[in-house]
Write a protein that binds this ligand. Structure first.
Ligand SMILES: Nc1ncnc2c1ncn2[C@@H]1O[C@H](COP(=O)(O)OP(=O)(O)OP(=O)(O)O)[C@@H](O)[C@H]1O
Length: 575
């Protein structure tokens, strides 16, 4: 466990010092208990040795005071270290996230990240301040006691030790079970939390279709799975817990029997016997604690693993000799026989596409054909499995990340806006832009119409994620950002959700404005108005471009695009 943590937080010397401190505190407690033996001997002697007893009592009190002081000191250090562990892990995660490819953030990364930062780092750090010290002292205290008991009587020492191998065996066997069930419970809880969020977000749809909780199958399934996993965990944990308690009780009984036999046989004085039995009762306590701690440590291990998943996620390789692609108003984009698969599921198979600098191209095709994936590969969310993606003639793998991010502006379907004003959201793309620039970009993206309608104009707050403006309006902000950013390549994934006529016209106008600035525009387009506003069309199907040309050329060809167009036109007419 601690090795795992040290892999992520490599401060071995500090951890060793802390462990030594915890061990000393634990040993002090052991010594405190052992000093009961001479105290009881003096008290139970015939006649009572009052002076000697007072001396030993002084020692007990003194050791107690030293133990308390040591505990307070080591706890304070433990808390400080735990705080540092948490701060360092969160800081390193922040730094590391900046290096991870954008592809890492696709999918459920935000939920995973939120949980890891908010829950797993405190839990991992808590290992240092709570679990580790308790475990170290739960081992150091009985160990000291056993050494002392051996000094009093070796037979009693052996009786104390008798249960230890059995207890260790039970713990070792139960470890993987607890860990596996903990991981399963964690995954089931995460899934249930995700479905609950989905359920909340889907409320408008569910209510408009008259469906209630009973009708929302994904959440029901996730909750049922969570209950099943928890029941299974309970069953699997019961047996090892029972076995451990039984072993500890068996050990206590062995000490008791040995003590009674030795005392009644006259081999051990009565006073020593009583003292050793008192010790035995205190010896069992930490052993029981160890079992609980092992469970808690397995839980913390899952948290440490989650932090590790982020810190050990690999950034894409960076070229040691980066090449700067030639940069004009636009930049040529080329995909050359690109193959790509998501976790083994092939999406692109030998896809080739070439868009000249300043040119524009609409990616059209059936849902799931891989159009969005093409845009993601141009922005190097991931590297292609085969073939090459080139910007300005240079392989994206040879371009440094800052240059790449500088060369590409991305307008994706799910545009994220920060919880600030419209103006602040625009300024993200160009912090130094003057008011005139801002207004001209907004006008080109028809964002000015939105701003005029909003109560506080440019100073209107958009809410978390841009919740207080519509999807189409968010895309207008993103297009205005792309105009301001002045990157030579603009990648645009038109929203598939129904856009009203006004927003649709605004997106088409924004694309025209980007093209007019000489930028290379590649857009996944769904609407006839936006498709025909671009120079060329690439029809993507089966992981490759199957038709490529202008709108008129492709209609004349009478192939897949012509059929798609006829179908869409019929749909548009019927509304
Ligand atoms: N992050 C991901 N992990 C795994 N599979 C993915 C991921 N993103 C997309 N896919 C799958 O890859 C295929 C291509 O997806 P992509 O989004 O590129 O298609 P598309 O042509 O843009 O579709 P649409 O028009 O519906 O947006 C789909 O089958 C999709 O389910």
């Amino acid at each position: 466990m601690i090795e795992r943590l040290l892999r992520l937080w490599p401060h071995e010397a500090e951890m060793r010092r802390l462990t030594a401190g915890y061990a000393v505190a634990g040993a002090l407690q052991g010594a405190l208990l052992l000093s009961l033996v001479p105290l009881l001997r003096a008290l139970l002697a015939e006649p009572v040795k009052a002076g000697e007893a007072a001396g030993w009592l002084g020692l007990v009190l003194g050791l107690g005071a030293v133990y308390l002081a040591a505990q307070a000191r080591i706890k304070a250090i433990g808390y400080r270290t735990a705080n540092r562990v948490m701060r360092d892990l969160q800081h390193r995660m922040g730094e590391h996230l900046r290096l991870l490819p954008l592809g890492w953030f696709v999918g459920n990364a935000s939920g995973r990240l939120a949980r890891t930062v908010a829950q797993s780092t405190p839990s991992a750090a808590g290992t240092v301040s709570h679990l580790w010290p308790e475990l170290v002292s739960a081992v150091a205290t009985p160990l000291t006691v056993v050494v002392g008991v051996f000094a009093v009587d070796w037979r009693m020492g052996l009786a104390f030790l008798a249960a230890v191998p059995l207890a260790v065996g039970v713990l070792r066997r139960s470890g993987p079970v607890v860990r596996e069930t903990q991981a399963a419970m964690d995954a089931a809880s995460a899934e249930a939390a995700g479905r609950a969020i989905e359920f909340a977000q889907a409320q408008p749809v569910l209510r408009s279709t008259g469906r209630t909780l009973a009708g929302f199958a994904p959440l029901e399934r996730a909750l049922e799975e969570q209950r099943r996993t928890f029941r299974r965990a309970l069953t699997l944990h019961t047996l090892p817990q029972f076995a451990y308690t039984a072993v500890v009780q068996l050990g206590f009984t062995a000490v008791l029997l040995t003590g009674v036999l030795l005392v009644s046989g006259g081999a051990v004085p009565v006073a020593d016997g009583i003292a050793l039995l008192v010790l035995a009762a205190r010896f069992v306590e930490p052993l029981a604690v160890v079992a609980n701690l092992f469970g808690a440590i397995r839980v913390a291990e899952v948290a440490v693993d989650r932090v590790g998943e982020i810190l050990e996620a690999r950034p894409l390789p960076e070229s040691e000799a980066p090449v700067e692609p030639a940069r004009g108003a636009g930049m040529a984009v080329e995909l050359d026989s690109v193959d790509f698969a998501y976790e083994g599921a092939p999406v692109l198979a030998g896809l080739s596409l070439s868009v000249p600098a300043g040119g524009s191209c609409a990616l059209v095709g059936p849902s799931g054909a891989g159009k969005t994936t093409v845009l993601r590969l141009v922005a190097r969310f991931w590297d292609a499995d085969g073939g090459a993606v080139r910007l300005g003639g240079v392989d994206v793998r040879a371009v440094s990340t800052p240059t790449l991010m500088d060369s590409v502006a991305i307008v994706f379907q799910d545009t994220y806006l920060f919880d600030g004003t419209i103006e602040e959201n625009l300024r993200l793309a160009a912090p130094g832009a003057g008011a005139a620039e801002l207004r001209s970009a907004a006008a080109a993206a028809r964002l000015d119409e939105v701003v005029d309608r909003l109560p506080d104009g440019w100073a209107t707050r958009v809410g978390e994620g841009g919740a207080s403006v519509s999807g189409g309006e968010r895309q207008r902000v993103a297009i205005a950002r792309a105009l301001l950013k002045d990157a030579p390549v603009v990648l645009l994934d038109e929203a598939t959700a129904a856009l009203d006529a006004e927003n649709e016209a605004a997106v088409a106008a924004g694309m025209r404005a980007l093209s007019a600035q000489g930028k290379t525009v590649i857009a996944v387009a769904h609407r006839l108005s936006t498709i025909t506003g671009l120079d060329r069309i690439a029809f993507v199907e089966g992981g490759r471009v199957v038709e490529h040309g202008s709108h008129e050329e492709l209609l004349r060809l009478g192939g897949r695009y012509a059929a798609f167009w006829a179908h869409r036109s019929a749909g548009a007419e019927t509304g």
